[in-house]
Design a protein around this ligand. Structure first.
Ligand SMILES: *Cc1c(COP(=O)(O)O)cnc(C)c1O
Length: 399
């Protein structure tokens, strides 16, 4: 079989039809510089060693793989979790944020700028900024600021400036627009740290590469536990970084890969964020991908109970993996997600992020069909950030 990770992206940043770079000339120049620096640094022994050391001593890697005793008993298959919720700051996002911030430091940048949805990327980037002594400015939709209050407080405690975005739907998409604008004002001293495998080249590739650690660890750990690869791997997909991280190490193997998108309230436009199931080719935030569009062809409003998943686009590499039929993309709605949030908490004593709960919910469905299989879920983050919102809106879950 082909080696996907070596083959893609091409020089222009394309994963077959998707990806590339659709941005103004002056920003393109900055992206080119970032690409050159990344190519050089990612081969440099000091850079690699520094990142390795950060992962071990600061982030707490490797994160464990855990066998879910009670969930497995209830649903049939052997269900495992890759515990990215135990990564420092509570989600997989620190994996790429520490990489991006290290790159920024080497480029002599003074300020990290980013958007955030659920606040997880903001917290991870504010954490990285504090570690490296850099300024940090996080743009966040006003709706998400309300919903994810604990993360807003965390970012501020970590020393970041939080910019509230008050136009449009006041969620992730608008936050990206706003952060991009801020970056365009001073691309020399600042760097835009994208929060997923999206945006113009080289970000989908760089973020993917920084997330590879998840899959590489998981492969080794699973082999040690079971003497083989998992039969199935499941990850939730917003932009697609945690999924690319864990899928990357298994793309050339005989392992079933499932990406789970948010089915939201239902599959009517505006009520979900199932981009790969229902999107069409388009351009958003400087790259080409499958996209949920409104009647005018612009990015459509989207919804998910999980703020980190409500984005109308998706990483270009996922679009390719779908076309190649290498990964199957499915969806889980808000209600199913919520049930799994409570269930994992009560059966295993692990409170998952609402984003990750989508992957858990699909695992339970799959386990009923494939009771002799092993299933590895990438538990992308912990759910502490979601508990106030959930209790207020849904109570304590009467299972
Ligand atoms: C941000 C986030 C996601 C979605 O981002 P991807 O790039 O699709 O991984 C998933 N889970 C958690 C916990 C997050 O914070």
């Amino acid at each position: 079989m082909r080696d996907y990770l070596k083959e893609y992206p091409n020089k222009e940043g394309y994963f077959s039809n998707y990806g590339g770079s659709f941005i103004p000339q002056d920003i393109q120049k900055e992206m080119d510089k970032i690409l050159v620096a990344y190519k050089e640094l990612s081969q440099a022994p000091e850079f690699i060693e520094e990142l390795r050391s950060i992962r071990k001593h600061y982030q707490g890697r490797p994160t464990p793989i855990y066998y879910c005793n009670r969930m497995s008993e209830k649903y049939g298959a052997d269900i495992y979790l890759k515990r990215e919720d135990l990564n420092h700051s509570g989600a997989h996002k620190l994996n790429h944020c520490m990489g991006e911030a290290l790159l920024a430091k080497h480029l002599g940048k003074k300020k990290l700028i980013a958007e955030t949805g659920a606040g997880q990327h903001g917290v991870a980037l504010a954490t990285a900024a504090a570690y490296f002594g850099l300024e940090c400015e996080i743009h966040m939709g006003a709706v998400d600021i309300q919903k994810e209050h604990p993360n807003v407080v965390r970012m501020k405690i970590l020393g970041a400036k939080v910019v509230s975005v008050n136009h449009g739907l006041k969620t992730l998409k608008e936050a990206v627009d706003s952060a991009f604008e801020a970056y365009m004002k001073d691309p020399i001293n600042s760097i835009y740290c994208i929060g997923s495998v999206v945006g113009p080249h080289p970000f989908p590739m760089m973020v993917r590469d920084f997330q590879q650690v998840v899959g590489i660890e998981a492969r080794e750990q699973f082999l040690e536990l079971r003497g083989e690869n998992p039969d199935n791997i499941i990850a939730c997909v917003g932009g697609g970084s945690n999924a690319m991280g864990i899928f990357g190490a298994f793309l050339n193997d005989d392992v079933n890969l499932y990406g789970v998108e948010p089915g939201g309230r239902d599959l009517k436009l505006g009520n979900h964020s199932a981009t790969l199931s229902l999107g069409e080719e388009g351009i958003i935030h400087g790259f080409k991908c499958k996209l949920l569009k409104d009647s005018l062809g612009n990015p459509a409003p989207v919804h998910s109970i999980a703020s980190g998943l409500d984005y109308p686009g998706v990483g270009p590499e996922h679009c390719l993996l779908q076309d190649l039929k290498r990964v199957e993309y499915v969806n889980i709605n808000d209600k199913e997600c919520l049930e799994s949030f409570y269930e994992l908490s009560r059966l295993e004593g692990i409170i998952p992020a609402l984003e990750s709960s989508h992957a858990v919910a699909y695992a339970c469905k799959l386990a009923k069909e494939k009771s002799n299989d092993s299933i590895l879920i990438n538990l992308s983050g912990r759910g502490d950030k979601d508990i106030d919102y959930i209790v207020e809106n849904y109570g304590l879950g009467n299972l």
